[in-house]
Design a protein around this ligand. Structure first.
Ligand code: NAD
Length: 504
């Protein structure tokens, strides 16, 4: 394996993180790779929240009136700055979140892609023209900026999730207050600096367009409770969403919730097994099983199940596990000790429920000391048990068999989560059935593609316990704006709708 060229210190320096950012704070950031301390970051005191909110409100008053295409120019510059910082930021994602090099870089590419998308969008915030029932009247719909957007993000996509929200919110005219995961504050501070470089080139943006708050759930809760933040976009566990959603609802704010997934693949008897195996391995073990869209359940037709499992076990046996920054590694560490323990516990429970476990042991040889490295596991289950229905954020793939396609779809849908799903089949009836109203109940449903690795052009999100939010492409931008219906009377009469007479 080739040596790692980008040290954590080098990339942090390149990204402009200095001693003031990295020393003397109360949040100790350690790398999942080897447990080394990357920095001691200062927490944002709760007492600063009032000033943060004031800055966001003042920024909104100015930014909402800047023409949207001009707002898009700021995001175009952000895209340029991200291009210039791609290698360093990608490497810092690896150091701080434990992703392999290409996935760290891929995350930054996703940020660049959403910037490009948002720039185009800044000239396409279209409303409708609607036929009025009254003569001499015109009806239309206008989309206006909504106000400061609170973004709460998870450790596993420490920077991309921010950019999905921020790029859209900013072109939509909304300032952003970001509370990243307390496990990944360094990449967040780096993004704030990258954004500030774009701001400096842009010239006349108001202060407070992006503010990054460093801290844990308590700080997140203050943001969620604030009446000054009409939109909360929260990405993380279903547990977090359950805490956040009622608070926002009680103050009639709007939530974009992107919560846990429990994603499945159905493999039909006609499937191209070679392709299916490649898709399964990437989506089940990529990012060490720590993607919201990770493949966690494999529902295979009983006629091909044994062959498929045999091929998977062969592929799993040769997977390179180790330092994510070393060339050739495909599986890096879990984020922390608690994640490793959660994986071990889930495997124990699955075994108690009749599962046959392959892999899943802790790896201690050929990996850096101080990280939590696990062999990915395949677990053949007799049925979809309680453990299978629970999202464990680790590389565990549960395998179940089926006989009829209806049974397969039932198993796929019979979990509390509804993020991503897919079918591998060459049978057009099965493919179309899967995508139909009586097919997959998820926000994402694919044919002959795994459930993870979505492109930014589509709306991203899921149903049921995944929270119902949509981010990124398609018309997800509408969640960051307020809709106004306008009726203009250009006649000399005042006819009432529905023919109502009210003569005075
Ligand atoms: P987490 O829920 O522990 O934390 C996520 C964020 O929420 C953090 O910033 C945390 O500080 C904050 N938070 C926690 N409790 C809060 C509260 N009561 N009020 C306000 N903020 C609070 O999640 P994690 O371990 O960082 O990430 C993994 C989880 O995120 C998995 O369940 C995964 O599926 C999910 N996820 C979902 C998506 C998606 O798009 N659906 C994307 C990435 C991750």
């Amino acid at each position: 394996m080739k040596d790692i060229v980008m040290t954590a210190e080098t990339v942090m320096q390149q990204l402009g993180l200095g001693a003031a950012d990295l020393t003397g704070g109360s949040i100790r950031v350690t790398s999942p790779i080897d447990g080394r301390v990357l920095g001691e970051v200062h927490e944002t005191p709760l007492s600063e929240m009032a000033a943060v909110l004031d800055r966001a409100k003042s920024a909104f008053k100015i930014w909402r009136s800047v023409p949207a295409p001009r707002r898009g120019e700021l995001i175009r510059l952000l895209g340029e700055e991200l291009r210039a910082s791609k290698e360093a930021l990608g490497a810092l994602v690896s150091w701080e979140a434990g992703k392999i090099t290409s996935e760290g870089l891929g995350e930054v590419q996703e940020m660049i892609d959403i910037c490009d998308f948002a720039v185009g969008l800044s000239r396409q915030l279209y409303g409708l023209t609607i036929a009025s029932e009254r003569p001499g009247h015109r009806m239309m719909e206008t989309w206006h900026p909504a106000g400061p957007v609170g973004v709460i993000s998870a450790f596993n996509f420490p920077v991309a999730v921010w950019s999905w929200n921020a790029a859209l919110a900013i072109v939509c005219g909304d300032p952003v207050i970001w509370k990243p995961s307390e496990k990944t504050p360094l990449t967040a501070l780096a993004c704030q600096k990258i954004f500030e470089r774009a701001l400096a080139r842009f010239g006349d943006a108001p202060d407070g367009l992006l503010q990054t708050l460093i801290g844990g759930a308590d700080l997140g809760r203050t943001l969620v409770e604030s009446e000054d933040v009409p939109i909360i976009s929260a990405t993380g566990s279903t547990r977090m969403g359950r805490a956040v959603a009622p608070i926002v609802a009680a103050r009639f704010g709007k939530c974009i919730l992107e919560l846990g997934g429990n994603n499945a693949m159905i493999v039909g008897p006609s499937a191209d097994l070679e392709m299916a195996v490649r898709a399964i391995v990437f989506s089940a073990v990529g990012t060490a099983g720590q993607r919201c869209t990770t493949l966690r359940r494999l529902i295979a037709h009983n006629s091909i199940k044994d062959e498929l499992v045999a091929r998977l076990k062969k592929a799993y046996a040769g997977l390179p596990i180790g330092n994510p920054l070393a060339e050739g590694t495909l599986i890096g560490p879990l984020v922390d000790e608690a994640s490793g323990n959660a994986m071990t516990d889930a495997l124990k429970s699955a075994k108690a429920e009749g599962g046959m476990v392959f892999g899943g042991a802790r790896v201690s040889e050929g990996v850096p000391a101080g990280g939590v490295y696990m062999q990915p596991a395949i677990v053949e289950m007799p049925a979809q048990s309680a453990t299978v229905k629970t999202e464990t954020f680790a590389p565990i793939l549960y395998v179940m068999g089926y006989d009829s396609f209806e049974e397969a779809v039932h198993i796929q849908n019979d979990v509390p989560q509804g993020l991503s799903s897919c079918v591998f089949t060459l049978n057009m009836r099965e493919a179309e059935q899967f995508l139909s109203a009586s097919g997959s109940d998820c926000g994402i449903a694919n044919v002959n593609i795994g459930p993870s690795g979505a492109e930014i052009g589509g709306a991203f999100g899921g149903e049921k316990e995944t929270g119902g939010g949509r981010e990124s492409g398609s018309d997800a931008w509408k969640a960051y704006m307020r809709r106004q219906t306008n009726t203009v009377n250009y006649s000399a009469e005042l006819p009432l709708a529905q023919g109502v007479k009210f003569d005075i």
